[in-house]
Design a protein around this ligand. Sequence first.
Ligand SMILES: Cc1ncc(COP(=O)(O)O)c(C=O)c1O
Length: 405
Amino acid sequence: MSVVEELQTMNTAEIKALNDQYLINTYGTRKLAMVRGEGTTLWDADGKQYLDCFAGIAVVNLGHCHPAVTEALVEQAKTLVHVSNLYYIEPQVKLAKILTEHSFAARWFFCNCGATANESAIKLARRYWYQKGTPKPEIVTAQQSFHGRTIATITATGQPKYQEGFAPLLTGVRYAPFNDFAALKQTVTPDTGAIMLEAIQGEGGVRVGDETYLKQVRQFCDEHEILLILDEVQTGMGRTGKLFAYEHYGITPDIMTLAKGLGNGVPIGALGCTEEAASGFGVGTHATTFGGNPLCSATALAVLTEMTKPGFLEGVAEKGAYFIGALHDLAGKHNFIKEVRGKGLMIGVEMQDAATPVIQKMIDKGIICGPAGPNVLRFVPPLIITQNEIDRVVQTLDAVLGELG
Ligand SMILES: Cc1ncc(COP(=O)(O)O)c(C=O)c1O
């Protein structure tokens, strides 16, 4: 028996029992244990099959066990898994090159996840103004935002529920309502060195940034010498039908953060920035053990190679428009749907009431989806989802809303 088979001989009840005995209970009771994935399909430990419309929270953008990504991962695992950043790393420099060729950014720092990418962005912004001799330590973020779970990033996250019990938080973070430029202007002070936003708020309920708002913010940042940080941890890597969401808005940030889809499930985060912003970090000012190691960099390189093939992103945009259109049609039929929002394959369906019963019934019928806040049902499927699969999801939602209604 192979090691993988050995590890996968438990059923859901057995996995749950061990979980409950040995893990710190931060995730609560769950119903499923997934043990295998291929493309848009997942299998649980009891052998039931699902259509995955959540992609491990917008991570597995190329689908589970994508052959080219798996091949890169396996080949790199056989060659060199890890060395520290005390050495130059070939896959890491190649990754930085391809990211640069496809974005506004000139320079990159690699880390481990979304939170460490945003943590890096906050540090870079502070250090940049310090270095210039005009310290401006304050960061303004948006209400309902989500930027991660470290102390700095729960502080940046404009949702008090994530901060409760963790005081004292970082000082120097102020919040403004999202999509409200007048309020943002009021929140900024002479000490504001950076404004950090998601172009589309993900965890906050799939709230799409207005084009005018983001353009005004960009202009305001230019006029007042403030760095614009875009958190593209969820919106990046093709999710919205462009490689990065800022491309929809005709603006570029000074600093952008990535994670989730970058490694298609292999943990890696990244901070990309302009040459000017990069000057904030000098030798010894920031570092990480794992960030950009050979294994995760080689994997991310394979992800980008696939994603930048001609037609891939256009296909995502088309499928997203089709999915959103079908959901709008469904909203016309079911009053329980309050609003359908999103871009590309980052889609939120706001319900009149809690989304949990809908999600549970969808899962019972073999479709994995999840929440984005209490009333919003979120679809963030692998970007390789087909139109037929989208039809199946919409038909299932139609049936579920019929049953609940
Ligand atoms: C926009 C955004 N930023 C940051 C994060 C944090 O990423 P991670 O969980 O990899 O630390 C998330 C995770 O959901 C996110 O959606």
